[in-house]
Design a protein around this ligand. Sequence first.
Ligand SMILES: *Cc1c(COP(=O)(O)O)cnc(C)c1O
Length: 229
Amino acid sequence: MSIAENIANIRRAIAEVCPQGGITLVAATKMNDADRVREAIAAGVDACGENKVQEFLEKDALGAYEGAPRHFIGHLQRNKVNKIVGKVDLIQSVDSSELLTLINRRAEALGIVQDILIEISIAGEEQKSGIAPHELPKLLEEASVLPALRVRGLMCVPPIQEESGENRHYFAQMKQLFVDNSNKKYDNVSMDFLSMGMTDDYLDAIAEGANMVRIGSAIFGARNYAAMP
Ligand SMILES: *Cc1c(COP(=O)(O)O)cnc(C)c1O
């Protein structure tokens, strides 16, 4: 199946669980070259998400993302902040006060406002990025006094599921956290996006309230890690 056919199938499946629309489909483009990224954009994805800074910069230099918003969805190292701020429309994976400060500083220097999401470690997995849910109010308070960034919502990467449906309770917890914190009014914070759900669980995520999904393999086919240099 072609990339365009895969995207059409995903859109159909999404429309079935969410006929009212309003779901942002982010193509997770890692390990796919500029031509394949362009194909996905031509077929109508709403944005492209990369998770490595170097890979993003290389493809960006080739004009891969023309016509689509760019998102950064991977773990952002502090020493790479300056390479990404202002180059992407949304940094989805902010998970520390240090990152908030560095992003704000860089955005201020560029004279822009950087949109970000806060990444939540919803399953509490030690090795994963993301803050614990209880740390969110503190981070939002910190963000509220940083004028060169704007928090647009929350993101999570739950565990790889053994069986379909396993992550639904995590998605439900995320939705609750999203709603609870939407009701508190912080400056520079507007809870617009709840980014959760990938190839194996995006329909569950949407059923539980996601309005942004990040999909890689269902669009591009399985990634061939063995072929990586
Ligand atoms: C790769 C990736 C995805 C998409 O994964 P698939 O299972 O291939 O859909 C989503 N989010 C992040 C952060 C990723 O790195």
